[in-house]
Design a protein around this ligand. Structure first.
Ligand SMILES: Cc1cc2nc3c(=O)[nH]c(=O)nc-3n(C[C@H](O)[C@H](O)[C@H](O)COP(=O)(O)OP(=O)(O)OC[C@H]3O[C@@H](n4cnc5c(N)ncnc54)[C@H](O)[C@@H]3O)c2cc1C
Length: 277
């Protein structure tokens, strides 16, 4: 997008004034200053810096609860019975404009992977706020506990499903983080869940963006794990016997969504040094 804007400005000899994106807590300049001179970049140090700077979950200069991170409490499984009484996700029937866009996508991108029938994401500010409130009320208290768990056929679990609303600027990360922090302060959600959730937004979201703008495009070619194989054809259909991949890919095609652990450990973890039979 930036290249396209620069191109148009140059072509028409228009001055281009680049402003900071208010949709993040930090600026790329701050991330560049943080990274300068470091041998290694780590989420943890960047996250602590932002916690202090924005006074989030802080008790003076110390983190609330005496630790920066409570992930030792955040690694539970569902046990043999599987997830019980998971709250239904906030889904919204497509309005007239959304239906128009769906029809256009169907025509213009007919050969792209993915299905449109089950589209249900928030597309207005009111819907996005409804999704945020439902998350804080219903899912946040168990978000941490089951953050890293998966279960066949369970796409939504206790995740927030807010990334599309955040990326589309229907929600500002500051209001999302403030709502989570308030849920801890009023006793609605435990610290481990709230800290874990805030770390995704104040931590990872800001960190990955900083990496993108300071390291790309060179980062694209690093390929530290030396993955050379082409992605197999079933990566675009889910048509494989490997249960976790089948589940994560099929749900991505149907819902446009896979949660963090599915992306990280399943679809993002697929690496095929020697082609499988
Ligand atoms: C391989 C891989 C690919 C990913 N691709 C995308 C992508 O294309 N678009 C995208 O928005 N996110 C991406 N993520 C980040 C994250 O997995 C998704 O945002 C998350 O699954 C969205 O679901 P959620 O809103 O329920 O997240 P939650 O688990 O409820 O997390 C809360 C919020 O924190 C932020 N967040 C959480 N984890 C990350 C992360 N690792 N990096 C950046 N922000 C994060 C998101 O805004 C998210 O909505 C990717 C992660 C991995 C490992």
């Amino acid at each position: 997008m930036l290249q396209a804007l620069r191109g148009v400005a140059e072509q028409h000899q228009l001055p281009l004034d680049l402003r900071d994106d208010t949709h993040f807590f930090s600026t790329v300049r701050e991330f560049a200053a943080h990274s300068k001179g470091r041998k290694q970049l780590r989420l943890e140090y960047w996250y602590r810096e932002l916690r202090q700077k924005h006074d989030i979950l802080m008790d003076g200069k110390q983190p609330v609860g005496g630790q920066w991170n409570f992930d030792a409490d955040n690694r539970e499984s569902f046990g043999k019975a599987g997830p019980q009484n998971v709250p239904p996700p906030s889904r919204f029937a497509p309005d007239a404009i959304t239906q128009e866009v769906i029809a256009e996508v169907q025509t213009r991108f007919a050969k792209h992977p993915g299905r449109l029938q089950r589209f249900g994401w928030p597309v207005t500010r009111v819907q996005a706020l409804e999704a945020l409130n439902a998350f804080i009320e219903q899912r946040l208290p168990l978000f941490g506990q089951y953050e890293d768990a998966m279960w066949a056929g369970e796409a939504w679990l206790y995740h927030s499903h807010l990334s599309s609303a955040l990326n589309l600027k229907l929600l500002n990360p500051r209001e999302v983080v403030a709502a989570a922090e308030a849920a801890f302060q009023n006793g609605h959600a435990p610290l481990a869940a709230v800290e874990g959730f805030i770390r995704q937004i104040l931590g990872w979201r800001e960190y990955v963006r900083g990496i993108y703008w300071t390291q790309m495009p060179g980062y694209l070619d690093l390929n530290a794990l030396d993955a050379q194989a082409e992605l197999p054809a079933w990566y675009w259909t889910g048509n494989t016997d490997m249960a976790c991949l089948k589940d994560a890919i099929t749900q991505t095609l149907d819902l446009g969504y896979a949660h963090h652990i599915q992306r990280l450990m399943v679809t993002g973890g697929w690496n095929c040094p020697t082609p499988w039979a």
